[in-house]
Design a protein around this ligand. Structure first.
Ligand code: KG4
Ligand code: ZN
Length: 347
């Protein structure tokens, strides 16, 4: 059975990653190599990603990860059918490292180069891991993005909602920082919230009741800061209660927006009657179990299947970039474009 083989490279934020993925004619995929190097420790002291440090770390790691991925997959560049690299959106220094490396490999091995939108990578992952069919709804919640996207087909996306200020992961990280919990904040806030009372501190539910499907998290962060200041000095119990209240406010907000998105999906009769439509999650915040539980229950009530790829593939990786390249190639969407520029913003 003839399979198509792509190399993928990712370097848009604080993960350097390389992967080799195969796609079979029937649409099935197979991961042959998946290597990721997180720069968490380099950025931890700053409480967030520092672009210049990230770019330098990508330069140092990319060649080695590329070699490692090819070795694990037991392929040479000549055996590839294409090379895919993230060219946006993200931090420009990191994007340049991955894009130039990918173009160099493609040029040397005389293979087509695919410049991939990072968000398209997240959007299509569930087709590799769970074989989800179009159309489906995706909730992407990471450190850099908060979006509700209708995925109609390869290259056919409709953004239904986005954040008008902070990304959700960023809100978790900032909340953690102001409570003295370490970076990245999400897992620490979740752990602290387990011992907390969700009702002791009242926090807002931003944009609730509005017709649009957008998010806003900066007001929530400000409310957390004010609550923390009013309660200072904070005991462990105070911190737990603030985290529990924050997480509940976030879950309620997501619930509101997703419930209305599922309704819109049904109202617009986007999927066939015979098939159960799917809600797919992606991004680091999708690891949060309170959020997962809420989404699972919501989907059960609304007749959607809840699809969560393995956490390793929900967070940043190069498998999704190689896969997006394979899907685009199979759809005949894009060919060799060595002139494709990197872009920090790319809706
Ligand atoms: O997708 P990701 O690994 O990287 C990008 O931002 O692209 O997402 C990282 C974000 C961080 O903001 C982190 O705090 C958050 O995901 N996160 C969580 C959890 N685990 C990671 N947020 C809430 N609960 C978690 N368990
Ligand atoms: Zn991402």
């Amino acid at each position: 059975e003839k399979k198509t083989l792509f190399l993928g490279l990712e370097s848009s934020c604080d993960e350097t990653a390389a992967a080799v993925v195969a796609r079979y004619p029937d649409g099935r995929g197979e991961i042959l190599a998946d290597v990721v190097l997180s720069q968490l420790e380099e950025h931890a002291a700053f409480g967030g990603v520092v672009p210049e440090i990230a770019a330098r770390a990508h330069v140092e790691a990319m060649d080695r990860l590329l070699a490692e991925a090819l070795q694990k997959a037991e392929v040479t560049p000549n055996a590839l059918d294409g090379v895919a690299a993230t060219v946006g959106p993200g931090l420009i220094g990191g994007l340049i490292v991955g894009a130039m490396t990918g173009k160099a490999v493609a040029y040397a091995a005389e293979k087509p180069f695919y410049g991939i939108n990072h968000l398209e990578g997240h959007a299509l992952t569930a087709r590799l891991t769970e074989g989800v069919s179009f159309p489906y709804l995706m909730l992407l919640v990471s450190g850099g993005h908060t979006q509700i996207v209708l995925v109609k087909g390869v290259g056919r996306y409709e953004r239904w909602g986005t954040t008008i200020d902070d990304a959700l992961g960023e809100a978790f990280d900032k909340t953690a920082k102001l409570l003295g919990l370490g970076y990245p904040g999400g897992p620490n806030v979740e752990a602290a919230a387990k011992n907390g009372d969700t009702k002791r501190i009242a926090l807002p539910r931003p944009l609730k009741g509005e017709a649009r499907l957008d998010f806003s998290f900066s007001g929530l962060k400000t409310a957390v800061r004010q609550a923390a200041q009013a309660m200072a000095p904070l005991s462990d119990q105070d911190i737990a209660d603030i985290c529990a209240a924050f997480q509940k406010a976030v879950a309620d907000t997501l619930e509101d927006r997703i419930r209305r998105s599922l309704k819109r999906f049904k109202d617009e009769r986007l999927s066939s009657e015979s098939e159960m439509p799917a809600l797919v999650v992606a991004g680091g915040v999708a690891a949060n179990s309170a959020i997962r539980q809420m989404l699972t229950a919501l989907c059960n009530r609304e007749g959607f299947s809840f699809v969560a790829p393995p956490v390793r593939l929900c967070t940043d990786n190069a498998v999704m970039i190689a896969w997006a390249g394979l899907e685009r190639a199979a759809a005949g969407l894009q060919d060799n474009d060595m002139t494709m520029p990197v872009r920090s913003r790319w809706p």
